[in-house]
Design a protein around this ligand. Structure first.
Ligand SMILES: C[S@@+](CC[C@H](N)C(=O)[O-])C[C@H]1O[C@@H](n2cnc3c(N)ncnc32)[C@H](O)[C@@H]1O
Length: 297
């Protein structure tokens, strides 16, 4: 069911999910009706603010597994590729921090798990790596292939399934950027990545900072739960929220050792181009990065 009205879904937070719906002042009567329908019909609450715009009331976030996540990204593959190429959070914050943590890659066999449209693969190849990119979204893989041609290998692969096509110890390094929180069985995935890394190899991954999720979503910091959130107006994204010690336990269960944890600081360039984002990130990190070692023995 969708209720059309002039307004804008603003954000939701709190233990019980609700949206802030912003509408022009003259629509406030309409909002009351919508609010009542939403509150009593769908278990959501609306709040008004005076802002103009246009959009729909969206279904309430549900606690569902993330199993169909690639299809969500599949629908947004091109939009994500355009966005992540030059966005504050991806291009100027997360990617530079990850690339620094990854370090030199020349001559290395690198697995880019959840490679998306190939933005990491492109940079890693430029730095001399031999990259295999995998992703559950066929369109992401097409975009990655279009970006790199024969300079890297790509294949569609659902990270909820074993990396059966990859031999034990076949990669020096695995990169998993902003992907693991979309996977339901993260320990199984980490174990598979551990298996395909050579002893002494590394996995470098980034994920939501648990404190950022808690500040934005509310509820208990210690919740381990799948959540659904609307990003950029209409990207309905599902991911797992979990506290730092749960992530640490999953990493240990897969046999990795934590070499470094990074909470990225925003750069000067970010300050120049996106001062509001910079101010926010200077106080609270959005992402957390891990450099993990597959021990030699
Ligand atoms: C936020 S994007 C990150 C893409 C890329 N790593 C980057 O940083 O530009 C998340 C990616 O994870 C992929 N993904 C999510 N769940 C997946 C799964 N179960 N199996 C394979 N890919 C998955 C999506 O298709 C999407 O390309």
């Amino acid at each position: 069911m969708r209720i059309e009205f002039r307004g804008k879904v603003w954000q939701w937070r709190g233990p019980a999910p609700f949206y802030f719906v912003t509408v022009p002042a003259e629509d406030s009567r309409e909002l009351k009706a919508v609010s009542a329908a939403v509150t009593y019909g769908w278990g959501m609450r609306c709040r008004s603010r005076s802002r103009s715009g246009r959009c729909d009331v969206l279904p309430a976030p549900r606690a569902v597994p993330c199993g169909d996540m690639p299809s969500v990204w599949e629908n947004k593959a091109e939009a994500y590729a355009r966005h992540a190429a030059d966005s504050a959070y991806n291009a100027l914050y997360e990617r530079p921090a990850m690339l620094e943590l990854i370090g030199p890659v020349a001559g290395r066999e690198v697995l880019d798990a959840g490679c998306g449209p190939g933005l990491y693969a492109e940079e890693l190849v430029r730095r001399g790596a031999k990259v295999t990119g995998i992703d559950g979204s066929p369109t992401m893989i097409e975009l990655a292939h279009a970006r790199l041609g024969e300079r890297a290998r790509f294949r569609v692969h659902d990270l909820d399934t074993p990396l059966a096509w990859a031999a034990d110890g076949s990669f020096d390094l695995a990169v998993m950027a902003l992907v693991i929180h979309h996977v339901d069985d993260r320990v199984a995935l980490l174990r598979e990545v551990h298996r395909v890394l050579r002893p002494g190899g590394h996995l470098v991954l980034s994920t939501h900072h648990p404190m950022a999720d808690w500040l934005r979503l509310g509820g208990s910091y210690f919740d381990v739960a799948p959540v659904e959130e609307v990003w950029r107006e209409d990207w309905v994204v599902r991911f797992w929220r979990l506290p730092l010690d749960a992530t640490s336990a999953e990493i240990a269960a897969a046999g990795f050792l934590v070499e470094r944890i990074v909470e990225p600081r925003p750069s000067e360039e970010l300050a120049r181009r996106f001062p509001e984002v910079h101010a926010k990130l200077a106080e609270r990190p959005s992402f957390i990065l891990f450099r993990l070692l597959r021990p030699a023995t």
